[in-house]
Design a protein around this ligand. Structure first.
Ligand code: TMP
Length: 227
């Protein structure tokens, strides 16, 4: 499949058309950003790591019958995905307090939440006002988010990793089917080593705790040994 016109440039990836309108080419970039783009760095090897990690996770979720846009990995830093209409929502699922949740509610990071908490960035009423998603779709997105949380929590537990929280984005197919899109990687999850609570995710970059490439490599190696 050939890479054609560039259709989207994000913080960490570029999307291209292919000769098939139903398929997009994704290129993961060697770029890290934080603080709404105020902090930005070239990080050699990050694109290949996130492409491989996301590919393994999306394949695992497909085996668990969780619908997603992934088609196949075509090179170290590229993959093919199904073209979908993106729902302009960030859906965050939290199992433990951390990050903005801890800050906002003054709850110590690492505090276990009694049940997973789902947050939408848009507010739920605004979603309907703006016609971002229908009420029925919101119900479906919440169910999908919990299903993904369960599958991911179990997967990471096998890797001796605690899934603290993560962000997902959802796409809508032409047939109005909702499916998981975007990526799932240490850029979009908080992953703590189960024994040491060491951060195995982008907080290493956000909080300037060290180099991220060895940390993302560690997550990839654990995923490869689990499969
Ligand atoms: P938060 O605690 O900063 O709200 O982040 C919650 C989770 O969502 C965390 O795993 C990081 C992820 N996230 C993204 O992937 N993209 C974003 O733009 C933000 C704000 C969070």
């Amino acid at each position: 499949m050939e890479k054609k016109a560039l259709v989207y440039t994000g913080k960490a990836k570029k999307l291209y058309q292919t000769e098939n309108a139903a398929v997009l080419f994704v290129e993961y970039l060697d770029q890290a950003t934080a603080l709404n783009g105020q902090k930005k760095d070239k990080v050699l090897g990050k694109g290949a790591l996130n492409n491989q990690i996301t590919s393994l996770i999306f394949e695992h979720l497909q085996q668990q019958k969780i619908p997603n846009h992934f088609i196949k990995k075509v090179s170290e830093h590229e993959q093919l995905i199904q073209a979908v209409e993106m729902i302009p929502l960030e859906v965050v699922v939290r199992n433990y307090a951390a990050g903005s949740f801890s800050k906002r509610l003054a709850i110590e990071e690492g505090t276990k939440l009694v049940t997973p908490i789902i947050e939408f960035y848009y507010k739920e009423d605004h979603i309907q006002f703006l016609k971002v998603a229908t009420p029925a779709e919101i119900v479906e997105i919440k169910a999908l988010a919990l299903q993904i949380n369960q599958a991911l929590s179990q997967l990471f537990q096998r890797l001796n990793i605690c899934l603290i929280d993560f962000k997902i984005e959802i796409g809508r197919t032409k047939a109005n089917q909702l499916l998981l899109a975007d990526e799932i990687s240490p850029d979009t999850c908080r992953l703590w080593d189960l024994n040491t609570n060491e951060h195995l995710d982008k907080d290493v970059y956000r909080r300037e705790l060290g180099e991220i490439v060895p940390v993302y490599e560690e997550v990839l190696q654990r995923l490869l040994t689990a499969n």
